[in-house]
Write a protein that binds this ligand. Structure first.
Ligand SMILES: [Fe+2]
Ligand SMILES: [Fe+2]
Length: 185
C-alpha cells in the first residue's frame, strides 16, 4: 500500500511528509512524456478538416524539421495544438503552459500567441480583424510567429503531404521533457 501523509491540511505537513509527496511527484513527472504521447494519439479521431488533429500536428512538425528547425522548435510545432480538446477557448495558452518549464522564451511566446496569429487566415470570415495580431507588431518575436503560422501551421492540412509518423518524433518529445524544468508556480 502506498505510504500516506497523516495531515488533512497542508499547514500541518512535516518536511518528511513533503519528501514523500515529492518522491511521488518525481515519478509522475518522469512519466509525463508517456501521457503527452498518449494524448497526441487520442487526437487521431474524426475531424472536419481533411486530416485528423494528430495528423495536422505531425505535418506541422514535419515541415518544421524539413525547414531545419532545432529539436525544441520541432517539439513545439508537434504540440502547439495539444490544448485543442481540453481548452477550445484558449488552446494556445494551454499548450504554452505545458511547454513553458522546458522551452525558451521565444518558442513559448510563439506557441502562446499562435492562435491569434493564425486568425489572419480566417478571422475575416466572421467579421473579426484578421490583423489583430499586429497589436504585437513591434514585439521581438512577431516575425517568428508570423513565419510559424505561414510556413508550418496554416499549410498543414494536406492529406497528400508526406508526413512523418509520431514514432519519428517520440525521441525528441522524451528528450524535451527530460530537461530540468524551470519552476512556474
Ligand atoms: Fe492552434
Ligand atoms: Fe495548428
Amino acid at each position: 500500500m502506498t505510504d500516506r501523509v497523516t495531515f488533512t491540511a497542508m499547514e500541518h505537513g512535516t518536511r518528511e511528509e513533503y519528501d514523500l509527496i515529492s518522491a511521488h511527484d518525481a515519478a509522475n513527472a518522469a512519466s509525463l512524456p508517456d501521457r503527452v504521447l498518449d494524448w497526441l494519439r487520442s487526437m487521431d479521431g474524426d475531424s472536419p478538416y481533411r486530416i485528423s488533429r494528430l495528423e495536422h500536428l505531425l505535418q506541422t512538425a514535419t515541415r518544421a524539421e524539413r525547414d531545419g528547425a532545432d529539436d525544441e522548435t520541432i517539439v513545439c510545432a508537434l504540440l502547439h495544438d495539444i490544448g485543442d480538446v481540453l481548452a477550445p477557448a484558449n488552446h494556445s495558452q494551454v499548450a504554452a503552459a505545458l511547454l513553458a518549464p522546458f522551452v525558451g522564451e521565444k518558442n513559448h511566446w510563439i506557441v502562446k500567441h499562435h492562435g491569434l496569429f493564425q486568425g489572419y487566415y480566417w478571422f475575416h470570415h466572421y467579421g473579426l480583424d484578421r490583423d489583430a495580431r499586429d497589436s504585437f507588431k513591434d514585439h521581438e518575436y512577431y516575425d517568428a510567429c508570423v513565419d510559424f503560422c505561414a510556413r508550418w501551421d496554416q499549410v498543414s492540412f494536406d492529406p497528400d503531404y508526406d508526413t512523418l509518423p509520431l514514432e519519428h518524433f517520440e525521441p525528441l518529445v522524451r528528450a524535451l521533457f527530460a530537461r530540468e524544468p524551470r519552476p512556474f508556480f
